[in-house]
Design a protein around this ligand. Sequence first.
Ligand SMILES: [Mg+2]
Length: 266
Amino acid sequence: MSNNSKYWVVTDLDGTLMDENYDISPAKKTLELLSELNIPVIPCTSKTASEVRYFRKENGLFDPFIVENGSAVYGFNASRSSEWELILGKSYKELRNILKNISNTLNFHLTPLNDLNQNQIFELTGLKEQAIIRALDRHWSVPFLNPPDEIFEKVKLICDNYNVHVFKGNRMSHLLSSNSHKGEAVNKLKVYLNNKDVRIIALGDSQNDLPLLEYADISIVVPGKNGPNKYLQNGIDKNLFRLADAPHARGWSNSVEDVIRNLKDL
Ligand SMILES: [Mg+2]
């Protein structure tokens, strides 16, 4: 990827580019168009680096990628022979301890994803075998089962004491360092690639995408089948975020093509 791109598409994967079956096929044509226009597509996801490396290979993407909700950023050098890494977060081990302390304070057991057995993970995620191994390869964040809303609100308050924060995705919540979120990771990547003027077209569907959507220049909320996520509604109401006209990859595609059509300086 060149260091002087004018635009980056920075996109969440689960629920945004992918539907609940991890299908992105309605967006394939738009991904090809972006590649022809030399607009980088940067995955920005709660998934692990192992998962995103696999996803990129499957879908012919070569640009940098942001993982574990903004805790780390990866990319390849120009010859694609070696990978670089930027770390924003706290280690998995440290975060596990903090999650345990929060559970104790609340007297409510917050269950890490990595403590579930293969069947339970399949039930929650639909993932199997190698895909589960990739999903559990965590280094900078701890995903845990979504607690009830009132517990989640209490967790948020306690987090301040430990310099961590939590984000709620579709299938699970994520604990990570308060120095890391999706918006901060994009900023770090801009600095690293020495491209402070690049304009960010961001797409997301959940609460964990809020820092990305707030950071971006053009922010698109991709709805689910029952409409947009409640945590993103406020930004839509205030006209800070655009709302895609269809769920997942279809809405993703329509919105990205609409934005590109209206860019004067491509
Ligand atoms: Mg998502």
